[in-house]
Design a binder for this molecule. Structure first.
Ligand SMILES: [Zn+2]
Length: 486
């Protein structure tokens, strides 16, 4: 079985690519009894502050939720995304940009704006809490300092159009730290959100929810968040005026149509900066939190007989039992506690499954041996042990001993009803390339005109880079600086 690329962090700033071996090699060193002596966080390299920031420059951060790199590549093949393509010559487009596990919205949005791994933000979306013996569902928690915290602290005039991590720090009325929503009664699609940004950059009046407003000055820091690509990529229901697709190609067509609208709106936003006479002083960052992995049967028609339709979690439970008859797996949802007989708690969102052994004395060697067994299954693409997760900066408090990643199109959905049929769906909580390999571009003021950048970067490095352009450092940042500025 062909194994996917897993990228482990090196001691340097960037990832070192390495394939998952067919037969995982023995761990080089035993992390010690009970795995308590975990490896040091190898990316704890404090970000190097750049030149002190100007105070008359501008930063724009656009986050398009669920923008997989393969969407962009497909759009290019079809002759689309003209605006994004032209921008490559004005800066750096990242050919090899990745997120960090878990590839889920809130954890990755937090990692980006803190320039840090989940070890610092302490948000992995959902996990089993050993201390309280319960599965915890997290929301927008972020223990690390964010760009928004710092901008407010330093009095940097900032506006966010619907980037939700700003909502609790900004205000719907304070023009120096303004949170902007679409005009009430308007559907909050990307066009509506970009229109708000375009109006405020032009100095025109706009309606923030129900309140009419106008800003005299363009904010130094403007952020825009849109989730059209994510909603259409999931293909769970009709969204933003698009019908739920019945084939994989239909799903892709919906996403690419929405991407074209965004591409045109981006051109309008750029024109607004040019007309205002500040384009030359503005650095633009456009990226995303994760991609999207198609799962289930590839069409509705095939869902009755496809091997991908049904959940594989019962198979995983049985496999664990076959490895050791004492293993009792239980797949728990938020707020649930394991039964007295349970020995392994499973926590997931649909694709990858986090396993926590209730007997915390399980060793890294034992985990390695279970991993080898699991990798023999067709529906298992990769398995990360606790040690490997910690090396990638994964939050220790999530108590994950093994992370089981299903192969392409297989899934662990249907916790309560594993016999349900799944078809033409997308989800992104996986380390498969379709979810981890994401789109990103930086252009404008002080950005080296590198064009296509082949070096591997991690998306939290965008946070470090934005802080640099705003003239500060993020105190919890633990990913490296991007070498892209003059
Ligand atoms: Zn997302």
């Amino acid at each position: 079985m062909r194994k996917y690329l897993i990228c482990l962090l090196s001691f340097f700033l960037l990832l070192v690519g390495c394939t998952v071996p067919e037969k995982p090699k023995e761990p080089i060193d035993d992390p010690g009894e009970n795995g308590t002596e975990d490896p040091e966080d190898p990316i704890d390299d404090p970000s190097v502050p750049g030149e002190p920031g100007d105070s008359d420059n501008y930063v724009v951060y656009i986050n398009l939720d669920g923008f997989a790199k393969y969407y962009y590549d497909e759009a290019v093949k079809r002759g689309g995304v003209q605006t994004l393509r032209k921008l490559i010559q004005e800066g750096v487009m990242f050919e090899n940009l990745y997120n960090l596990p878990p590839s889920i919205t809130n954890p990755n949005q937090a990692m980006i704006i803190s320039g840090a791994t989940s070890g610092k933000t302490q948000n992995v979306y959902r996990y089993y809490d050993r201390l309280n013996n319960i599965v915890v569902q997290q929301g927008r928690e972020n223990k690390a300092e964010t760009l928004y915290d710092k901008a407010v602290e330093l009095g940097i005039p900032s506006v966010s159009v619907r980037h939700f991590p700003a909502e609790s720090v900004f205000s719907p009325t304070d023009p120096t730290r303004l949170y902007v929503t679409e005009p009430s009664g308007t559907e909050a699609d990307a066009a509506a959100r970009f229109d708000q940004a375009i109006k405020l950059v032009r100095g025109n009046s706009f309606q923030n929810g129900t309140s009419p407003m106008r800003l005299e000055e363009v904010p130094r820091f403007l952020t825009i968040y849109c989730d059209d690509l994510d909603a259409l990529g999931h293909n769970e229901k009709d969204a933003y005026g698009y019908k739920k697709a019945s084939t994989e190609n239909g799903r892709l067509n919906n996403v690419l149509a929405a991407l074209e609208t965004i591409d045109q709106k981006l051109a309008e936003l750029i024109q607004a900066y040019k007309d205002r006479g500040i384009y030359e002083k503005t650095t633009f960052f456009l990226t995303t939190d994760h991609g999207m992995t198609p799962f289930g049967a590839p069409s509705i028609l095939e869902s009755l007989f496809s091997k991908y339709s049904h959940s594989k979690w019962p198979a995983l439970r049985d496999k664990l039992k076959s490895i050791n008859k004492d293993y009792v797996f239980e797949y728990l949802g938020p707020g649930e506690k394991p039964s007295p007989s349970t020995t392994i708690v499973g926590v997931g969102v649909g694709l990858q499954m986090q396993l926590t052994f209730l007997d915390s004395s399980v060793t890294e060697n034992e985990l390695e041996s279970i991993k080898r067994e699991l990798l023999k299954e067709e529906y298992v693409q990769a398995v990360l042990t606790k040690k490997e997760l910690l090396q990638q900066g994964y939050w220790r408090g999530a108590n994950v001993d093994l992370l089981v990643i299903p192969s392409e199109r297989y899934h662990f959905h249907g916790r309560e009803n594993p016999s349900g049929n799944y078809a033409v769906r997308g989800q992104h909580d996986t380390i498969l390339d379709s979810s981890r390999h994401i789109y990103g571009i930086v252009w404008g003021y002080r950005v080296k005109k590198i064009g296509l950048e082949e070096k591997e970067y991690l998306v939290p490095q965008f946070g470090v880079a934005m802080a640099e352009m705003l003239g500060f450092t993020l105190k919890d940042a633990n990913v490296g600086r991007m070498d892209i500025f003059d």
